[in-house]
Design a protein around this ligand. Sequence first.
Ligand SMILES: [Zn+2]
Length: 111
Amino acid sequence: MCYSRPCKCSCDMVMISSKKEFIKEFSAGAFTYGVVEENGVKYKTIWMKLPDNSLCVIPIEPTGSDKINWSWDGNIARPTLTPSILHWGLEDGIQFKAWHGHITEGRMESE
Ligand SMILES: [Zn+2]
């Protein structure tokens, strides 16, 4: 667990086989894939524990949809997402920058 704000840690990513197992996994860098349905549309999503241990869920398909704001390179085991990820935390009603970095070839690299 990291308490720096913003967190400046980087780590390699470790794929977890199922969302059920992922939920039990608290390590930074853990990630899995799942499907989220919204208004009848099924979105392939990537679920990640960022280096600051926050949960980040990003829809990656279908490409071309309004909901897709990140580009995924299609590499399942060592994904690259662009652009960078800026994750905000919230404490006592105040927003703080929790982590900002790049997801590149299966690594979370702090900005
Ligand atoms: Zn950190």
